[in-house]
Design a protein around this ligand. Structure first.
Ligand code: AMP
Ligand code: MN
Ligand code: ZN
Length: 849
């Protein structure tokens, strides 16, 4: 029943006037406006109550317009996280799973690799089969990471493209990637992860640094032109019924090579991926679905992870269209896990936006164009599970099976809706190209990362709490990298906040903050206890002590006392302030969507004992009286007011403005955050301008003559590399004869689980990675002890060479306009967790499982 209600509400909301012209038009009718406002009020009130019910902050009714819709939106996102996580916990409990009864295992210990989850028990119970599947994560799934031939690099170093051979090149692959000599020169004395050693070496020699972080196909994508035929009206080619379509499950190199060759002969194919993020730090691409006009393929990308790169031949061929739906994440996953890139992408999600359809999700397109009712039940399933249950295979297959027909139909519609002119269609090709230009950015830990997360939570912490939060954050990040788990698995954010807020004195208190207790928390509770103790030892600021004392007393304040407006509890949590409980204080709501100035229409008499009038705020500008004329008490009062800094001071005119200098350096103060954010933005701006300048310069340089030269060179270089690296055909043939090591990343994990594989190279081209295999699966770089300031986000400005956060900032820039819009539409499945939210760690926007 609940789901039905939510669905119909979602449907109804899709029918509302669209933002932009349509909405503006309707809004010119006062009746409409009033209706919107009253409904908006109701909704906000309702949301507020739900959030309060779940113990989330609900400042959604905060009347401060400057904090803006964005913050409130974040608030809703966060509350959703909390509520969904709680739902997950309750489901687990109902399921009889009590995680706290799990035996404590030593770090890195893996349970026997027998898959005994409910996934394998299908058919054993009669009745509805699909009900026997658990849709959240299955227990006891063997970790696929153990079988990877190349170990996962969770080190706190920026991502370096995996590509080492570049098919369809117009510009040769920089020698950094193809020349093994460079890697050989790498100083061996550095006890750091490979990526970092490379980086340090490149920095020292001032070479290749640009290459290391550039998009390998930037040049090809910049010079991609869409063929005439793709801009003219197509005759939609009907999909074959699924039952009559051949399905191949690909889990051997041989089949993968054959598939690649098949794809290379086509003019288009459709692609989708399935992904897992809970039991891995960076996430794992588990499955790739490919559909041609004739056949469906499902590739086991866990099995073929190190071989997937051969598909670059088809994926980067500019004459072959690759159709994806909502490829933003897929593009990043392809780079991260396989070194795959896409040249000539058509994204049906972008087409849906251009056509202004009511919803942009794949299910919507399937319903609209194919009359197929898809079932998104398995979207969040644990895709690591093997063997894959038939239901999940069928589900995955449907994600691409119809996509080429949808591609045809949408192109036709795009032309039709634009009176046969190709402009709109061209814009979709361009948008799709932008998507394929996305670069994967690894989450990088800096000394300030915790502040980003804390800001998102909008919890006000005192010095002790904030210190604890910072320490827990660092602990969690380090452990997650080390154990290759998501941070949400190590210690969910809401538990981390709870511990920071409560500062338990005993280890048992830490356990009590967590329900259920995450295995790694239980295991390391003593370490955690030490961290909390360290936090507790921090001296409190004067204002904080005062705030704590006040908590005990909470006298009823007089309305004329300007010092105690409704905001002065900013350092205590909302629940500390009984006067502000929602049902007691009448508050005008509906600020989320209104641009009118709202004043509380409140009977001031009635609440005069509780609240100061709304216009009185802590941040009120003082009429600068000359200091001499102030009495001692007045001076004191002034000091106190100054200790609460108006965070928006910097946006106000500078008339005699008075910013408390210290607050800028107090990490717990608002102005600290805001001025930091602002600085970041201006750095971003500078960088952007620099890049634009550089780009236009570069373009001027590129003469036609040079262009042809480049191309011949590229061809040569590609041919050379092909000569050096035996063709995929040969490899496949040879792989039949027996186990040859693959060229990159000979690695110990592979040896633990030996599987005869597969590729052979000439000995000259054998991997030059000469690090001795270590005992542990890997040693994360201990960033805590690093003095490499290049990895410190705050130094970004001085370092024109490289800034690990630079790419991240590119995202952040786009975050609001894109991320917000996208995730606002409930049905928009693929975009609802846009990695634009990189600053939180993109994974954590997803409901935790
Ligand atoms: P799709 O493109 O719909 O097949 O989704 C690809 C992958 O993205 C899935 O396997 C999930 O891991 C992830 N995913 C999609 N939608 C969501 C969502 N709403 N929340 C979390 N993860 C998602
Ligand atoms: Mn997808
Ligand atoms: Zn999918």
């Amino acid at each position: 029943y609940g789901l039905g209600a939510v669905l119909s509400a979602t449907k109804a909301s899709a029918g509302l006037p669209q933002t932009g012209d349509e909405y503006d038009f309707y809004r010119s009718f006062p009746g409409f406006q009033e209706f919107c406002e009253s409904q908006g009020d109701k909704l906000l009130h309702c949301m507020s109550q739900i959030m309060q019910h779940h113990g989330c902050r609900s400042h959604i009714r905060d009347r401060n317009k400057l904090t803006g819709v964005e913050e409130r939106f974040d608030l809703v996102v966060d509350s959703n996280d909390v509520i969904l996580e709680r739902a997950g916990i309750l489901l687990d409990e109902a399921d009889g799973v009590n995680r706290s009864q799990k035996p404590i295992m030593p770090a890195g210990f893996q349970p026997p690799k027998i898959v005994v989850s409910s996934w394998n028990r299908k058919g054993s119970s009669s009745g509805s089969r699909s009900e026997t599947f658990r849709l959240l994560h299955a227990k006891n799934v063997a970790r696929p990471q153990l079988k990877f031939k190349e170990k996962v690099d969770n080190s706190n170093t920026p991502f370096v493209p995996k590509i080492f051979i570049k098919p369809n090149a117009l510009k040769p692959l920089p020698s950094y990637f193809s020349n093994k000599q460079i890697r050989k020169e790498r100083p061996e004395d550095l006890d750091v992860p490979a990526a970092l050693a490379d980086f340090i070496h490149q920095q020292r020699t001032q070479e290749h640094v640009e290459d290391m972080f550039a998009h390998p196909y930037q040049y090809e994508l910049d010079h991609l032109t869409i063929a005439e035929s793709l801009l003219s009206k197509p005759e939609p080619q009907m999909y074959k019924p699924m039952a009559e379509t051949k399905l191949s499950f690909i889990d051997s190199l041989e089949d993968l090579v054959a598939l690649n060759e098949k794809l290379c002969r086509l003019s288009e194919f459709a692609v989708d991926l399935e992904h897992h993020s809970y039991r891995s730090f960076l996430g794992l691409t588990c499955l790739m679905q490919i559909s041609t006009r004739e056949e469906d393929f499902i590739i086991d990308t866990l099995e073929l992870r190190s071989e997937m790169y051969i598909l670059n031949e088809a994926f980067t061929d500019p004459t072959i269209v690759k159709v994806f739906h909502g490829a933003d994440s897929d593009i990043e996953w392809l780079q991260r896990d396989f070194g795959l890139y896409v040249v000539n992408l058509f994204d049906t999600h972008q087409a849906s936006r251009a056509l202004n359809l009511a919803r942009h999700s794949l299910d919507h397109l399937l319903r609209q164009f194919c009359d197929v009712n898809s079932d998104k039940r398995y979207q969040l399933a644990d895709w690591r599970i093997r063997p894959l249950p038939d239901e999940m295979i069928e589900y995955a297959r449907a994600d691409t099976h119809y996509l080429l027909y949808i591609y045809d139909s949408m192109r036709a519609q795009l032309l039709e809706s634009n009176h046969g002119q190709p402009g709109l269609l061209q814009s979709v090709w361009n948008k799709s190209k932008d998507v394929s230009l996305k670069k994967y950015v690894k989450p990088i830990y800096t000394e300030e990362s915790y502040l980003d997360l804390q800001r998102k939570q909008k919890r006000s912490f005192n010095t002790q709490q904030l210190t604890t939060f910072r320490l827990l954050y660092a602990w969690r990040d380090k452990l997650a990298r080390q154990e290759d788990e998501s941070t949400g698995y190590v210690l969910p954010t809401h538990m981390m906040i709870k511990i920071s807020e409560e500062l338990p004195k005993e280890p048992q208190g830490i356990i009590a903050c967590c329900n259920p207790v995450p295995p790694l928390v239980r295991q390391q509770v003593n370490e955690l206890h030490l961290l909390v103790q360290q936090g507790r030892e921090m001296p409190l600021l004067k204002a904080e002590i005062a705030a704590q004392k006040k908590k005990g007393l909470t006298p009823i304040k007089k309305a004329e006392d300007t010092l105690f407006g409704p905001h002065d509890t900013s350092r205590g949590s909302e629940s500390d302030n009984p006067q502000l409980a929602a049902d007691e204080v009448p508050v005008k709501q509906g600020i989320l969507f209104s641009d009118k100035d709202h004043r509380m229409d409140v009977d001031e008499q009635k609440i005069s004992g509780l609240l100061a009038p709304a216009r009185i705020t802590l941040f009120q500008e003082l009429e600068t009286p000359d200091e001499m004329s102030l009495s001692v008490a007045q001076m004191k009062a002034r000091r106190i007011i100054e200790s609460f800094e108006n965070p928006f001071r910097m946006y106000l005119p500078s008339t005699g403005a008075h910013v408390n200098k210290n607050s800028k350096f107090d990490p717990s103060s608002k102005i600290f955050e805001i001025s930091k954010r602002w600085k970041l933005q201006s750095t971003e701006q500078q960088q952007k301008e620099l890049e634009v300048k550089k780009k236009s310069k570069e373009e001027a340089k590129q003469q036609a003559k040079k262009l042809t030269e480049e191309r011949t060179k590229a061809k040569q270089s590609y041919q050379e590399s092909v000569q050096n690296i035996t063709t995929v055909r040969q490899q496949a043939a040879e792989s039949k004869d027996g186990g040859k090591k693959r060229p990159r990343g000979a690695n110990e994990v592979g040896e633990v689980t030996p599987k005869p594989t597969k590729r052979q190279m000439k000995s000259t081209d054998k991997p030059q990675k000469t690090e001795p295999p270590s005992e542990e699966s890997f040693k994360p770089f201990d960033y805590a002890q690093s003095d490499l300031k290049v990895f410190d986000g705050s130094k970004a400005k001085d370092n024109t060479q490289f800034d690990p956060n630079r790419q991240g900032q590119d995202f952040r820039k786009k975050k609001f306009p894109q991320g917000k819009k996208n995730s606002l539409s409930a049905g928009n499945k693929s975009m609802s967790y846009l990695s634009g939210k990189l600053d939180r760690g993109f994974r954590h926007n997803w409901p935790k499982r």
